[in-house]
Ligand binder design. Structure first.
Ligand SMILES: Cc1cc2nc3c(=O)[nH]c(=O)nc-3n(C[C@H](O)[C@H](O)[C@H](O)COP(=O)(O)OP(=O)(O)OC[C@H]3O[C@@H](n4cnc5c(N)ncnc54)[C@H](O)[C@@H]3O)c2cc1C
Length: 401
C-alpha cells in the first residue's frame, strides 16, 4: 500500500495574506515541484519555488521525456490521464515543445504481440492500436521489417524534450505575476504551522513563511526526513543513458518501447501472457534482465536520440558507469532501429524508488507535505499527483485549472 495522507485544509479565517511570503512554498524545481507550482498559480495562489541548485539538473532533465500514460493501470492510469490534460495546457501556456505522438511498442515474438492484444482488448477502441510488422517498422523508421512480428501504437502517450521542458516551466513560474523561483536556495528545515497559520521554511538564504509548503525533492527525502524515507523504503534507482547523434533521415515521432518495457509497466504486467513473456526474455536475453533493462528510445526535436536504460537500486548511488551495461543497451537499440548510432553523450539518471508504493504523499508537519513519485514515472504522474495534493487544501483548484 502506498501513502496518501491528505494535508489539513487552510484555516477558515486565515491570517491576512500580507503576513506570508507566499501562499505556497514549493521545495524542488523538478517536474513534480513545478507541476505543483503551475497548478497553484493557475488557481490564484502566490507561489515561491526554491531549489538548492542553480538550475534543474535532477531526474526531470535526465529522462526520456515520455509521458507513459497508456501503460499505467488502475489509480495510476486515472492520475496519468489527469496529468495528460495539464501537460497539454501547460505546454501551450509555458511554450515548451510537446508532441501528441503516442508510443510504439515493438513485438519481436508472438508472446510479445499476445500481451499487446490482451491489453488492446481491455481498452476503448483506438487507444491501443495493433500494428502489423510492416506498419510497426514504418513507424520506427526502419527500412525493413526483418525480425519484427508486429506491434502496438499507444495513442495517448505524450513526449516532451526533457532538456528544455523544466527550464521553460520554471521560467513561466518565475515570470508569473504571483510566482517566483529562487535558485541556489536549499531548504534546511521546517517548523509546523503556529497560531498565525504560517509554516516556516528555513533556507540557506533565510526564513520563508507560507500557508503551506510542498516538498518535492525527489530521491533526497532522506536528507531531510531519514525516518520517513526509511519507513517508505525509499531507495535511489540509478539508470545508465546515452545520446546518439541525429541519424540521417530518421524522423521518429513516437516513443519506442520493447518487450523489456512490457515487463515494467503495470498495464502490461497485469496481462495473462506477461508471465510467459518474462520467461521468454529470461531464456533469450538474460543479460537484459541482469541489468533490469527497459530498452527504449525517444528522439529529441533536434533529431538526437535518447537511448536507455538500466536500473540499479541502492541507498547511495555508485558514481561509476559500467561500460558493459552501456554496450548492451546501445547494441539493443542499434538492432531495434536497424541503423548505426554514434553515441555523443552518456549520463546517469537517479530517481526515487520504493517497494512500498508508486508515490508518497505525507503531511510531515501541519502545513508541510512531502510529495515524491517513487516508481520512475514522475513525468507521467507529475501534474495528476499535483492536482490531487493541492486539491486537498485549495478547494478552488478544480474550478480554475
Ligand atoms: C534516466 C531516467 C529516465 C526516466 N524516464 C522517465 C519516463 O520516460 N517517463 C516518466 O514518467 N518518468 C521517467 N523517469 C522518472 C522521472 O524523471 C522522475 O520520476 C521525475 O523526474 C522526478 O521528478 P522530481 O521533481 O521529483 O525530481 P527531480 O527532477 O530530481 O527534482 C528534485 C529537485 O529538488 C531539488 N532539491 C533537493 N533537495 C532540496 C533541498 N533541500 N532544498 C531545495 N531543493 C532541493 C533538487 O535540486 C532537484 O532540482 C525517468 C528518470 C530517469 C532518471
Amino acid at each position: 500500500m502506498h501513502e496518501y495522507d491528505l494535508p489539513q485544509t487552510l484555516p477558515e479565517t486565515p491570517t491576512p495574506v500580507t503576513s506570508f511570503d507566499a501562499d505556497l512554498v514549493v521545495v524542488g524545481a523538478g517536474i513534480v515541484g513545478l507541476a505543483h507550482a503551475a497548478l497553484a498559480l493557475n488557481s490564484g495562489l502566490r507561489v515561491i519555488v526554491i531549489d538548492r541548485d542553480h538550475e534543474a539538473v535532477g531526474a526531470s532533465v535526465r529522462n526520456f521525456g515520455h509521458a507513459c500514460i497508456t501503460a499505467q493501470s488502475g489509480e495510476l492510469y486515472e492520475m496519468a490521464q489527469v496529468s495528460r490534460r495539464h501537460w497539454l495546457t501547460m505546454a501551450s501556456r509555458a511554450g515548451f515543445w510537446l508532441a501528441e505522438s503516442g508510443a510504439v511498442v515493438v513485438a519481436r515474438t508472438a508472446t510479445e504481440l499476445a500481451v499487446m492484444e490482451e491489453l488492446s482488448a481491455t481498452r476503448e477502441p483506438g487507444q491501443v492500436v495493433l500494428l502489423d510488422a510492416a506498419e510497426t517498422a514504418t513507424r520506427i523508421g526502419r527500412p525493413d521489417a526483418d525480425g519484427i512480428h508486429g506491434g502496438a501504437w499507444l495513442r495517448d502517450d505524450l513526449r516532451v524534450d526533457p532538456r528544455t521542458t523544466v527550464a521553460k516551466l520554471a521560467a513561466w513560474v518565475a515570470e508569473h505575476e504571483r510566482g517566483s523561483v529562487r535558485w541556489n536556495t536549499a531548504a534546511l528545515g521546517f517548523e509546523a504551522k503556529n497560531d498565525g497559520g504560517a509554516v516556516t521554511i528555513r533556507t540557506s538564504r533565510g526564513i520563508l513563511r507560507a500557508r503551506q509548503s510542498v516538498v518535492c525533492v525527489g530521491h533526497d527525502i532522506d536528507y531531510l526526513w531519514p525516518e520517513l524515507a526509511a519507513e517508505h523504503q525509499i531507495e535511489r534507482c540509478s539508470l545508465q543513458m546515452a545520446l546518439a547523434a541525429a541519424p540521417a533521415g530518421l524522423d521518429l515521432a513516437p516513443a519506442v518501447l520493447t518487450a523489456t518495457s512490457m515487463l515494467r509497466y503495470p498495464a502490461f504486467t497485469d496481462m495473462p501472457s506477461a508471465a510467459r513473456l518474462r520467461d521468454e526474455v529470461l531464456a533469450s536475453s538474460p543479460e537484459l534482465l541482469d541489468i533490469v533493462a527497459n530498452v527504449m528510445c525517444t528522439q529529441r526535436p533536434d533529431g538526437t536520440v535518447i537511448v536507455g536504460d538500466s536500473h540499479a537500486y541502492s541507498l547511495a548511488v555508485a558514481p561509476f558507469l559500467e561500460e558493459d551495461v552501456s554496450r548492451v543497451l546501445i547494441q539493443e537499440q542499434v538492432d531495434l532501429l536497424a541503423r548505426e548510432l554514434t553515441i555523443t553523450q552518456r549520463w546517469q539518471g537517479v530517481y526515487a524508488s520504493s517497494a512500498v508504493g508508486p508515490y508518497l504523499v505525507r503531511e510531515v508537519e501541519p502545513g508541510v507535505t512531502v510529495v515524491s513519485v517513487t516508481s520512475g514515472v514522475g513525468m507521467t504522474l507529475s501534474f495528476g499527483l499535483a492536482e490531487r495534493t493541492l486539491g486537498a487544501f485549495v478547494p478552488a483548484l478544480q474550478l480554475s485549472v
